[in-house]
Every structure is written in C-alpha cells, then in structure tokens.
Design a protein around this ligand. Sequence first.
Ligand SMILES: NC(=O)c1ccc[n+]([C@@H]2O[C@H](COP(=O)([O-])OP(=O)(O)OC[C@H]3O[C@@H](n4cnc5c(N)ncnc54)[C@H](O)[C@@H]3O)[C@@H](O)[C@H]2O)c1
Length: 280
Amino acid sequence: MAYNLLKGKKGLIFGALDEKSIAWKVAEKAHEEGAELVLSNTPVAIRMGQIDELAEKTGSKVVPADATDVDDLTKLVDEAMAFFGGKFDFVLHSIGMSPNVRKGKPYDDLNYNFLEKTLDISAISFHKVLQVCRKKDAINEWGSVVALTYVAAQKTMYEYNDMADAKSLLESIARSFGYMYGRDKKIRINTISQSPTMTTAGSGVKGIDLLLDFSERMSPLGNATADECADYSIMMFSDLTRKVTMQNLYHDGGFSSMGMSLRAIEQYNKSFEDCDDKSL
Ligand SMILES: NC(=O)c1ccc[n+]([C@@H]2O[C@H](COP(=O)([O-])OP(=O)(O)OC[C@H]3O[C@@H](n4cnc5c(N)ncnc54)[C@H](O)[C@@H]3O)[C@@H](O)[C@H]2O)c1
C-alpha cells in the first residue's frame, strides 16, 4: 500500500544490480510513493545486470558512474540535475565490494591493494558522493541521505573480513559529513544497519547461509528482509524523519541488542546430542 510519502520528491539511487538488490527494492517503493528517480551503477553492472528493466518500470533515467571516480560522480550529478530540472531531495548509497572477500583472502592475510579498493568502493565513495553533491549544492534543504551498513562495524562477525573496516569508516563519514551538511544546509545523513540479506553482495560473504540462520534465531523479530529495508529507507527519505541525523539505525529485528536467545542456545545444545565428548 502506498501513502504518497515521497510525492514531489526526487532521488538518486546507487547500487541496483538485479531484483534481489536492496537498492532495487528501494527504487520500486520510492516510485510507488511518488518519487522521480535517477539510477546509477558502474558501466559493467549496467551491462551485466537488469537496471534498464527497473528504469523502464519506474520511469527513471540511468546514468553510469564508478562511485570511486569523482569525475564520473560530477557528470552524474550534473545529468541528474538536468533530468530533474534542479536539485534533488534524497540519495541512497547502496554500494559494497571487497576484492579480498572475492578472492578468499582471510583477514590476517589481506592484500593491501585490495584493502584500498574495499575502502574506496565501500566507504570513501560515500564521502565522494557527498562532497560532489555539496560542492554543486545539488540537494534541497531538509534532504535526506542514507547509506547501508552492517553490524560488523561494531561487533566482530565471523568471515565479514575487511568489509567490517569499510563499514566502520562509512558510518564515521555519515557522522562527520552529517554535522557539516546539517549545519549548513539542513541535510540529514544516516546509515541503516541491515540484517544479512541474500543478494549478490550478501552471497559473497563466506557462510552466508549459516549467518542468516544464526541471526534469524538470535533476533526476536527475525531477520529484516530487503523489502522491509526499503520501507525503512522510504521513511528516512520522507518528511516524517526531518530531525534524525548522524545516526546508525539498526534494522535487524533486534539482533544488535541480543547476547544469547533461547532459539540459538537450543540449536547449539542439539549439536552435542550425538556427541560423547561433553567437553567439546
Ligand atoms: N546483503 C546483505 O547481507 C547486507 C547486509 C547489510 C548491509 N548491506 C549493504 O547493502 C548495500 C547493497 O548491497 P546488496 O546486498 O543490495 O547487494 P548488491 O550486490 O545487489 O549491491 C551492491 C552494489 O554495489 C555496486 N557497486 C560495486 N562497486 C561499485 C562502484 N565502484 N561504483 C558504483 N557501484 C558499485 C554493485 O554494482 C551493486 O549494484 C551494500 O552497501 C552492502 O554492504 C548488505
């Protein structure tokens, strides 16, 4: 059901690759709620993915940009402003990639060139997007910017690797830029910390099936889906959250506040049932 929460608003959405992508769900819901959109992804993701289908469905413009390249971002923001006929109201940064994870390099044997790429793509690109938008004064007052993150920024999560460092940096950028953009232009910047979700980026995390099961059992409300993440993002882009800024907002069914749940401990105990050695 749509509520016209984004009626008359314009937004720039990064990171829709295919229909599993969180950004894809956000774009669909933003369109349903009345927003006009520009969609962006890397040229290769546009070629390999299905973003054109999403653009057709939502009447959006697609502009290629590597989010680590300031020239690309500058052209993108210019094209978006030309398409909208002026400034826009919201931005979604839904970008993440680690070459160390992709190549199976463990955290105690990182390739440092890869690490630089992880940080650039998954975190510093957020600063670049914000800086280009700020310099071009591209976002309307009381606009809203959201980036997607994961609880591995605060707590060590098995196999999340150097993406944990990238997410910590991403969340810090949201706070530091949130102060300046808020003070000068009344623009709010937040991160949404989402449950593990079965997307292309999600399935790159080693052991994602086990992680999904574990966090489902640990969360009183269960894992949050990509659709539910899209609902939360729409609320953050709407005028209902105008004084929320510089926050890391957990959208994870309660996982981040849990220590141990009954469901998780029961499953853990089952693993000892056929085992004679109780010391294990
Ligand atoms: N899936 C999960 O379990 C989960 C959980 C918490 C947070 N997140 C975060 O949500 C965001 C979206 O991921 P997703 O799960 O929808 O997966 P996804 O693979 O669908 O989206 C990741 C996107 O990043 C884009 N990207 C990669 N390099 C880029 C670059 N240089 N420039 C521009 N775009 C680039 C990809 O093309 C892709 O569209 C990411 O920040 C991810 O870390 C995901």
